[in-house]
Design a protein around this ligand. Structure first.
Ligand code: GLN
Length: 489
């Protein structure tokens, strides 16, 4: 499905956009202008298509940056790796000049006074930041239907979800409403929407990209990562984003590889593992076939492919939903009507003000998770739930590390089903949580992963394949992803 105007923006690559700006065959300002025209025409809720991926546009900031880039290009100065490239930001990251809602009513009216490190790094590399992108409330969800600001439509099938929680980030890249975007992934929120929307999404190793300025959901799991239309573009973005940060103690000092150059290395001789637990009951046969086709492509490119076992996989979803909710209940206690956003009027006592603000401000899924998490952390239950979950988390991580002693990367499905219909799973939280069956284990283990488009169902719904690698081995992961992508061209 293509949409006018400026239809060519649907396939514009990051490298091409930057090269044109540097050469002066286009300007950063006109690129931004074209994207804004397209957003007005197909994304705004009242527009013809109404994708609803943007929650706020940051035109002043975008055009000020574009002007700077265009002046530098005109002067013949060497430009940054993202010069003039229009990028969108998931609305859980802070950016001055724009509200930050995290998809929640409780943050309505909150204007953060500082930039997230990832936002600052993109801009320093020359990116033009177009606006803030829709997402599930506090990044809790798999369909973007938990946003207080309405769902996002999947640009490849308008009656279907774009995935979540970074639904706006994936949809905007797929629809040509930005060339790349930032999302966050706590249990699949970059990989799953990338798979549903036919774009590339990267989950960097825990600690690879600073989380400073990210509105926290579950701090031991939250990661910031890029969406793009190709593996090469994603690699460029990751290279800009990665690295230490004095403002985030969990951001690693590990050296950042030249990911773009790493892609040129052949995959021949690489060992690929196929985790048997990821091909069981519930996997859509068309997804299985597409992933197997990618494995054939890797064999043809000279990789060896072998079965591996991740024996604790079946505990991943329950473990994730204990740890993520426990951390969320603690992180979200700061939203009490005092410092940020919404305050319930007409409350007689302080306790009533807290209660009413939280009651009015949080949506149903967020409340459910705060209740679950508070329960798991409460006296008498802590050992049975939270501590046990932490022990299982260690076993899940050990499964992966043992596999990576034998293979360079793992290849498996991202999701058990393709994009489902809007409204199809909203009344059954458990069904929604089971969407995360192939994504949460990598989150718990802290390893890196990505989703790469690998085919379509008979009904033309996109399919993604997941590539996982050892912590800080993004290079191997990206090479395998690039080989899968190349085989389809
Ligand atoms: N779908 C998962 C959840 O609802 C993952 C969300 C995420 O990665 N932010 O928690």
């Amino acid at each position: 499905m293509t949409f006018a105007p400026h239809t060519e923006l649907e396939t514009l690559s990051l490298a091409t956009a930057r090269a044109r700006v540097q050469a002066g065959t286009t300007t950063a300002a006109s690129l931004a202008e074209q994207h804004y025209e397209r957003i007005a025409a197909i994304d705004a809720p009242e527009s013809s298509v109404g994708l609803n991926s943007y929650l706020a546009l940051t035109k002043d900031r975008a055009f000020a940056q574009a002007e700077k880039i265009d002046a530098a290009a005109k002067a013949g100065n060497a430009l940054g790796p993202l010069a003039g490239v229009p990028i969108g930001i998931k609305d859980v990251l802070t950016m001055t000049g724009a509200p930050a809602t995290a998809g929640s009513k409780i943050l309505a009216g909150y204007h953060p006074p500082y930039d997230a490190t990832s936002v600052r790094k993109l801009e320093a590399a020359g990116a033009v930041l177009l606006g803030k992108l829709n997402c599930d409330e506090f990044a809790m969800g798999s369909s973007n239907e938990n946003s207080a600001y309405g769902p996002v439509k999947n640009p490849r099938a308008l009656d279907r979800v774009p995935g979540g929680s970074s639904g706006g980030s994936a949809a905007a890249v797929a629809a040509g409403l930005c060339v790349g975007s930032l999302g966050t992934d706590t249990g699949g929120s970059i990989r799953q929407p990338a798979a549903f929307c036919d774009v590339v999404g990267v989950l960097p190793t825990y600690g690879r990209v600073s989380r400073y300025g990210l509105i926290a959901f579950a701090s031991s799991l939250d990661r910031v990562g890029p969406f793009a239309r190709s593996v090469a573009d994603a690699a460029t973005l990751l290279e800009v984003l990665a690295g230490p940060d004095p403002l985030d103690a969990t951001a690693s000092e590990q050296p950042v590889a030249a990911y773009g150059e790493e892609l040129a290395k052949p995959v021949s001789g690489m060992r690929i593992g196929v985790p048997e637990e990821y091909f069981g009951e519930g996997l859509d046969p068309e997804i299985r076939a597409a992933v197997e086709k990618s494995l054939d492509d890797l064999r043809a490119a000279g990789c060896t492919v072998e079965k591996v076992s991740l024996p604790h996989t079946r505990y991943a979803v329950p473990t994730y939903y204990v740890i993520a909710t426990a951390e969320a209940s603690s992180n979200l206690s700061r939203f009490d009507g005092v410092r940020f956003g919404l305050r319930a009027p007409e409350s007689n006592t302080l306790a009533a003000m807290f209660r009413n603000s939280r009651d009015e401000g949080f949506g149903a899924e967020v409340k459910r998770r705060i209740l679950l998490g508070t329960y798991a952390l409460s006296a008498g239950y802590y050992d049975a739930y939270y501590k046990k979950a932490q022990q299982v988390r260690r076993l899940l991580a050990q499964d992966f590390l043992a596999a990576f002693d034998k293979v360079d990367a793992l290849v498996c499905p991202v999701t058990p089903t393709p994009a489902f219909k809007l409204g199809e799973k909203t009344d059954d939280p458990l069904k929604m949580y089971l969407e995360d069956i192939y994504s949460v284990a990598a989150s718990l283990a802290g390893i890196c992963g990505m989703s790469v488009p690998c085919g379509y169902t008979g009904a033309q719904l996109p399919i993604g394949v997941q590539v996982l690698a050892r912590p800080f081995n993004e290079s191997a992961m990206l090479r395998v992803g690039a080989a899968i992508e190349a085989a389809r061209r």
